[in-house]
Design a protein around this ligand. Structure first.
Ligand code: PMP
Length: 306
């Protein structure tokens, strides 16, 4: 269980155990929440929230797509995130802002004028896909479950309900002895993992599915593209068939929780040499060195907590 001492809840700092909601909350019944996942790294500048504004902007975009009002401004919530990290005395943390429709009645479309609830938790979280995953890589399978197609549930929104699709994919993978599953879109092209975007390396070119392949446009995905372009690596966002997974030189998954996790096998087929590839390793170094200062932060991605 992930736990820390305090949670920011509708403008108040409350003890972790007391941050409770009513069982008739709309979000519990209908999945009507939007959320973010961010990380705070203990860097050469002290604790910093990585790409803070972009994450909170995505939270607002997710809410806007669902016409969910947020009482607080982007700057208010950014300050609340810094406050909750300081309050919990954290230096390395995963941060989970959540906006949800609470106890406003059971009608599917809440009466206009309703208010949403906002909570922000921050706690320690080790590499999401396992202790040694960043070095050794993980074994993944292509899921029998497809990702949600366009114009059903918008994949651009990071909404609670979307994670039922992620649960099916991740559960199937775990039951079959894999660490993660890859979802295909309804046309059979690669979409993403249950909680990560996906990259392939083929002949020194970095390939990743486009937003049209039912993906969440990941902040880490965007970070990797910018870091790669910056070192002169060719990057192509393109529709990728399932079988490209089996003949790629390298594969890795990216996400705030998963960071940059190499994939060593897909459906039991070795990716390249079956170990972390050189381009994956290079990108990991560039990424993690943003927090040591060795990689120059040309983009102003580090938001100090203090
Ligand atoms: N896809 C899904 C389904 C996710 O849950 C996540 C994690 N937020 C990602 C991709 C990666 O997004 P990010 O890099 O912004 O964390």
């Amino acid at each position: 269980m992930n736990i820390s001492n305090f949670i920011w809840f509708n403008g108040e700092i409350v003890p972790w155990q007391e941050a409770k909601v009513h069982v008739m909350s709309h979000a519990l019944h209908y999945g009507s929440s939007v959320f973010e996942g961010m990380r705070c790294y203990n860097s050469h500048k002290g604790p910093v929230i990585f790409r803070h504004r972009e994450h909170i902007q995505r939270l607002y975009n997710s809410a806007k797509i669902y016409r969910m009002p947020i009482f607080w401004s982007i700057d208010d919530l950014m300050e609340a995130c810094r406050i909750i990290i300081r309050k919990n005395n954290l230096i390395n943390a995963y941060i989970r802002p959540l906006v949800f429709i609470g106890n406003v009645g059971m009608q599917i479309n809440p009466t206009p004028g309703y208010a949403t609830d906002v909570a922000i938790a921050a706690f320690s979280w080790l590499p999401y896909l396992g202790e040694n995953s960043l070095k050794q890589g993980i074994d993944v399978m292509v899921s029998s479950w497809n990702r949600v197609p366009a114009n059903t549930l918008p994949s651009t929104a990071k909404a609670g309900g979307n994670y039922l699709s992620s649960m099916l994919i991740s559960n199937e993978a775990h039951r079959n002895g894999y660490q993660e599953g890859i979802g295909l879109d309804i046309y059979g092209y690669i979409s993403e993992g249950a909680g990560e975007n996906l990259f392939e390396v083929k002949s020194n070119i970095l390939l990743t599915p486009p937003c049209a392949s039912s993906i969440l446009p990941g902040v880490t995905r965007d970070t990797i593209i910018k870091l790669a372009v910056n070192i002169g690596l060719e990057v192509q966002e393109q529709v990728l068939p399932r079988e490209s997974l089996y003949i790629a030189d390298e594969i890795f998954m990216s996400g705030t929780a998963a960071e940059i996790t190499p994939v060593r096998t897909v459906d039991g087929i070795k990716v390249g040499t079956g170990t972390r590839g050189p381009i994956t390793k290079k990108l990991q170094h560039l990424f993690f060195n943003l927090f040591t200062g060795i990689t120059e932060d040309q983009w102003n991605w580090l938001d100090p907590v203090h």
